[in-house]
Write a protein that binds this ligand. Structure first.
Ligand code: HEC
Length: 216
């Protein structure tokens, strides 16, 4: 006994029709359109907001942008001391000595901050093998720029002001940490970086006289 012809026909038509949504969806994904596609769930994509330079009836002066409140201080709060806040002399060159007193307390703070902010990439010892760097090596994505070793000669020879500037503004592929690390902590980290560098490249004269012969 075979199926009546019209049922076969109807089944085939049904199967063909069921493919239509798939084909339409596929086509939508392939073609480019000047306007956004059908947008069923808006999430927070479109919301009422004021843009800069717009007018707004909300404020008495009619401006959407608000002027700075009287007495607003600059983000870094210290003004007129570029040696401290920028690591540069007024002529723009990097300072070679610390603008803050370097003592054990500063170094301890620097180690604490370094281990939080820098070690994930540069490693706890500064050789550039932190967990982020090792993970990136594992993934082998090819776009990763490895963190510099802080013990390379050129980095060791950078003036302290330049290391400070690297923390504050970032350098090449390294992002800026200025927005997260305040001025005093940046200098603490620089001091600790110097201590790390010294620990790996100390001259013999740094070792007390009685112990020197044991090293030679
Ligand atoms: C997200 C990873 C990452 C973190 C976190 C990070 N760095 Fe880097 N750092 C890099 C990379 C990558 C480079 C090399 C950039 C390049 O050559 O493009 C670099 C380079 C440097 C250099 C060498 C710059 C030069 O003069 O050549 C110094 C110094 C340095 N970082 C210090 C720090 C300090 C201090 C911290 C913590 C405040 C820190 N970095 C945090 C990734 C990082």
């Amino acid at each position: 006994m075979s199926m009546p012809r019209w049922i076969k026909f109807a089944l085939a038509a049904l199967v063909a029709f069921s493919l239509v949504p798939l084909v339409v969806a596929y086509r939508y994904r392939q073609v480019k359109k000047p306007r956004p596609r059908l947008h069923l769930v808006f999430d927070m994509d479109a919301q009422a907001k004021l843009r800069s330079q717009q007018e707004s009836a909300l404020f008495a002066d009619g401006r959407a942008m608000r002027p700075a409140i009287e007495g607003t201080v600059p983000r870094e709060r210290i003004v007129g001391r570029p040696e401290l806040t920028e690591g540069r002399r007024p002529d723009g060159s990097f300072v070679e000595s610390f603008p803050v007193p370097v003592d054990l307390e500063l170094l301890a703070r620097g180690r604490d901050r370094f281990n939080i902010y820098c070690a994930p990439c540069h490693g706890w010892d500064g050789y550039g093998q932190g967990p982020v760097a090792r993970r990136a090596d594992e993934l082998q994505e090819g776009t990763w720029v490895p963190p510099s070793s802080l013990h390379d000669k050129p980095v060791r020879e950078r003036p302290v002001g330049q290391i400070y500037n690297t923390i504050r503004n970032g350098i090449r592929n390294m992002p800026a940490y200025g927005p997260q690390i305040p001025v005093h902590d940046r200098w603490a980290i620089v001091a600790y970086v110097r201590a790390l560098q010294r620990s790996q490249n100390a001259p013999l004269e740094d070792v007390p006289e009685p112990q020197r012969s044991s090293l030679r």
